[in-house]
Structure formats: C-alpha cells, structure tokens
Write a protein that binds this ligand. Structure first.
Ligand SMILES: Nc1ncnc2c1ncn2[C@@H]1O[C@H](COP(=O)(O)OP(=O)(O)OP(=O)(O)O)[C@@H](O)[C@H]1O
Ligand SMILES: [Mg+2]
Length: 510
C-alpha cells in the first residue's frame, strides 16, 4: 500500500517542500530511503523503527521503500522523521489517510516516540503556508515561532501517538504550560548596561550615537582600560527595535541556526565573536545550515573586540559581505546566499603595548609601531566610517556624571532614523550608511560654508573618492541628529574629524 505525507527540509535560509512517499509491500523485511538523503535522514530508519514500536504500533516486517521527492533536492536533518513515521503507519493501514493531504509534519523522533523540535521552524511554517497546507504539526518548544505565520493552524504534538490522534481527527496535545516559575515573566525588563555609566569620553559617546543613528561602521581605538569594550556593549541598547519585517527575518535566521529563543526575536542582534574565531565561524562553513557570525549579526551589530588579534585572512573575508550586505557560500552541490547586512563595530589598542601616544610609557619600537599600523590599516579599516580615539580618563572625569543615558541616546537615534526613513524609504533603504553615490548627490545638500570647506578638502586631495563619500554619509547623519535639512560646515567638520588615522600618526611623539 502507498501513503504520502508532507514534510520540509532546510536549504540555505529557505525551507523546501518534500513529499514523503512510502510503499509497503510483501517481500523480505527491509526499509530503504531514497531521494538524496543526507546521513541524518538515513539514520532516521533506526529512530523510526524504534519510535513506532515503542509508541505501541507495529513496524511492518515487509519490504518498505520511502521516496523523498523531488529527487534532485538534497534532504538534510532529522526534521523529516515525523513525516516518515506517519507515512509508514498510513501505508501499513495503522493510520487513516484523510488528513495527511493537508497537514505538514515537522519534527525529529526520539526512540520512545517523543517528538523533538527541529531547527528552522519559522522557515518551515512560511513554506507550509505557501504550499497551501492548512496545518503544521510540530513539537511544543518551537510552536510559538510557527504561530507567527497568519493563516496557518499550528498543532502541538508531543509524541507520535498524539500525532496519530491528530491525524485521525482528534485534538492535538494540550498546549504547553507557559513557562516554569524559575524563568522570568515575559516582558520583564532585562537589566542592560547603560550609557550613563560611562564617565567622561564625551567624544566617543557622541560618536557611538552617530554610528547608531546612521548605521555606520565604527572603530574605537585607545589604551587599555579606557572603556572601549564598555562602550561597545552599550551600543545594542541605543539602537531602535527591529521592524516587523526585520524581526521575522532575524527570527528565521536564528531559528535555522538553532540560536533563537522562543517566539519572535525583537532585539537587534549583537554578536561579539572572540578574536580566535575562524573564517568559517565568522563567514559561514561549507556544512549545510552552518551560518556564520556575520549572518547571525544581520540587521544588528557585529562587534570585533581586539581587532588586531583577528587573523588577517579572516578579516579579509569580511570585505565582500561588507560591500554587498550578503554572503555567498559555495557548497559541494550548490551555493547558498545568506543576508549579512550588519553594523561593524571594532575596538583596538593603538599599538602592541597599548600606550602609543603617551610618551615614554609606550614600550614599542618604531618597527613594532609600524607593524601594528600595517595590521590595522588595509581594506577593512578603510571601510570604517568613524574612527574614534579614546584617551585615558583624566582625574576630572572620574566620578563625573555620564554624557547621556541610553534612553536619551535612543530617543535621539530614533528621531534621526525617522528623518532618514522619510528620505530613503522610496529607495528601499533605511539608513544613511546605505546611500550610494547617486543618493548622496541627491540627498546630501551642503550649505555655502560647508561647500567651501569641501572645496578646500578636495583642493588638498585629503580624501579618496571612497573616503569623501564616507565623510558625506556621516555628515548627513550628524545633520539628521541636529534636525537640519542641509549639512553645515560644523557638521562636515565633525565628520572629517571622525575619519582620523588609526593608531599614532607616526612615532611615539604623536
Ligand atoms: N570612561 C569610563 N567610565 C566608567 N568606567 C570605565 C571607563 N573606562 C573604563 N572603565 C572601567 O574599566 C573597565 C575596563 O574597561 P574596558 O574593558 O572597557 O577597557 P578597554 O578599553 O576595552 O581595555 P582593553 O584595551 O584592555 O580591552 C570597565 O569595565 C569599567 O569598569
Ligand atoms: Mg577591551
């Protein structure tokens, strides 16, 4: 007898519809799965046999063939178990086939028949809805994610037996208890580090607000203990929340990577990989479904602390995604393109010992200073819109009040982002950092004094073309923060000052 169920497999950031066909006929007992199945799917045979028996059903001692269609699409992961088991039960007359036509089944089976959640639920729910299926049956932990898709009924099945009950027209498992007493109630304020705790460093705080407002890449350079890491960890708290579309996109990515908490992700991602990260860890690996930190940082922040300690090849690999906002990863059979539009925030010491610019305190030789500069200069730092130099806090700054609180900063950032959105929404863009040369010409009008300043800068050939565009984007953001329609000379000057060299200009005399 033949039975068919609907399942989904993950392909890049998409879920693809898989039709599971199972044929049971007389012959020597065997169980074959055909149709480009990976190791996890082939291993399903053992899990499915045990789960069916332990759930109290009979595993047919006949010749069983399971076909996963379409045949040219690689099938990966254990999420197909539930659909395979139900197809075996239906093909052996232990489950009626009426509802199987309109229900998508997604989940891994434990040996006792329990259904386990699989990664990528949101993508699967979207695909099930697109495929015209009316219901998705899956394990409880990820049900909240699937419920984000309107028009799709979500049924929780905790065990193979409850899946069978559901497919026979019965009720699904009772919804899970919301959460244990130990976990914090939903919406509870998470205590976040606040910008107000940063004493002094007005210049750096201001730069961080500019970066957050315009989505600009930013490098913090300064001696040890000057507050670089401290400042960086306060960036996420001053960024606007994700828009509805961005939230769905981020949830889908984090769900595929198995990194999302329950339900919709609302906070902008803040990823801070250690400097020992490999290129595959940062960019993404060749293994299916293995997304890199830059993809997990999509619509959020990628923070690279101790930038000079990262392997040069790893940093070089960031160039293409930084330009294109996406990354293409070639795999054996096909390549996958992942979105990777993030704000890059980096921190570094100005030299190997960290005290360059502080006279005798710096122990580095000229050669060491030059080597450090070489490590940092280069294509990546050239893509930084803002380079901020932090000084060691003076006595006067110790115990002083912070420049502004995160709430104040967030307010300013939101207002500036609204101005940008009004201007750029027609182009499908959100922040000034995304403007290309044409948009810069259209939207970045300078007032007379700023024009004069720009003319002098060009005369002295102080900037490359790319450098000039970066300065103009930042100047546009500063004007947005000041609610100015035109960029003034003061705003352009501030943007120019924020593109200073990295590290000491030459020697320790700097
Ligand atoms: N401006 C500041 N205001 C308040 N506290 C500060 C400030 N700067 C540094 N600190 C304190 O010093 C600690 C160390 O700062 P942080 O780790 O940010 O320095 P860093 O610049 O990242 O140093 P390193 O180069 O060694 O990584 C912080 O946790 C904080 O307690
Ligand atoms: Mg640090």
């Amino acid at each position: 007898m033949l039975a068919r169920t609907h399942a989904f497999t993950i392909d890049g950031l998409q879920a693809r519809h898989v039709c599971v066909e199972v044929d049971v006929r007389s012959g020597l007992p065997s169980f074959a799965i055909v149709g480009l199945a990976d190791v996890a799917v082939r291993e399903a045979r053992e899990r499915i046999q045990a789960a069916i028996r332990n759930a109290g059903y009979e595993f047919p001692a006949r010749r069983i063939t399971a076909n996963l269609a379409p045949g040219d699409l690689p099938k990966a992961g254990p999420g197909l178990d539930l659909a395979l088991a139900c197809a075996v039960l239906a093909a052996s007359g232990q489950l009626s086939r009426t509802l199987l036509e309109r229900v998508a089944l997604f989940g891994e089976l434990a040996l006792d028949g329990a259904v386990r959640a699989s990664h990528g639920t949101l993508a699967v729910a979207e695909a099930a809805h697109r495929a015209g299926l009316s219901m998705l049956a899956l394990a409880a932990p990820r049900a909240a994610e699937a419920r984000l898709i309107d028009g799709l009924e979500v049924a929780v099945v905790g065990h193979l037996r409850s899946a069978v009950r559901l497919l026979e027209g019965g009720a699904a498992s009772p919804p899970p208890r919301r959460r244990s007493r130990a976990s914090p109630p939903r919406g509870a304020a998470v205590t976040e580090p606040d910008l107000a705790e940063v004493q002094g460093q007005r210049h750096a705080v201001r730069a961080l607000v500019i970066a957050a407002a315009g989505g600009h890449h930013c490098l913090l350079s300064g001696p040890p203990g000057s507050g670089k890491t401290m400042l960086a960890h306060r960036l996420a708290g001053i960024l606007p929340p994700l828009s509805a579309a961005e939230a769905i996109e981020v949830t889908r990515i984090h769900s595929l990577a198995g990194a999302s908490p329950e339900g919709l992700v609302r906070r902008r991602p803040f990823r801070a990989p250690h400097h020992s990260a490999t290129t595959a860890g940062l960019i993404g690996g060749a293994r299916r479904g293995c997304v890199g930190e830059i993809v997990l940082a999509h619509n959020g922040v990628l923070f690279l602390d101790e930038l000079s300690e990262f392997a040069r090849a790893t940093l070089e690999a960031l160039r293409q995604p930084l330009e294109e906002g996406r990354v293409a990863i070639a795999r054996a059979r096909r390549s996958a393109v992942y979105p990777a539009r993030f704000m890059l925030l980096a921190a570094t010491n100005p030299c190997a010992c960290g005290y360059a610019g502080e006279g005798e305190r710096c122990a580095c030789s000229e050669a060491e200073l030059a080597r450090h500069r070489r490590r940092l200069s280069g294509p990546l730092v050239d893509r930084m819109d803002l380079v901020v130099h932090l000084q060691r806090s003076g006595d006067a700054e110790r115990g002083a009040a912070g420049t502004m609180s995160s709430a104040e900063a967030r307010e300013r950032v939101l207002l500036a982002r609204e101005r940008q959105l009004r201007r750029l929404a027609g182009e499908g863009l959100a922040v000034n950092a995304q403007m290309d040369a044409r948009l810069l010409r259209e939207h970045t009008a300078l007032d007379a004094d700023a024009e004069e300043l720009m003319r002098r800068v060009r005369e002295r050939a102080m900037l490359s073309m790319r450098g000039e565009h970066r300065v103009l984007r930042v100047a546009r953001t500063i004007a947005d923060l000041n609610s100015h329609a035109r960029v003034g000379a003061h705003e352009l000057g501030s943007a120019l000052a924020l593109r200073a060299e990295v590290g000491p200009a030459s020697s320790r005399a700097a």
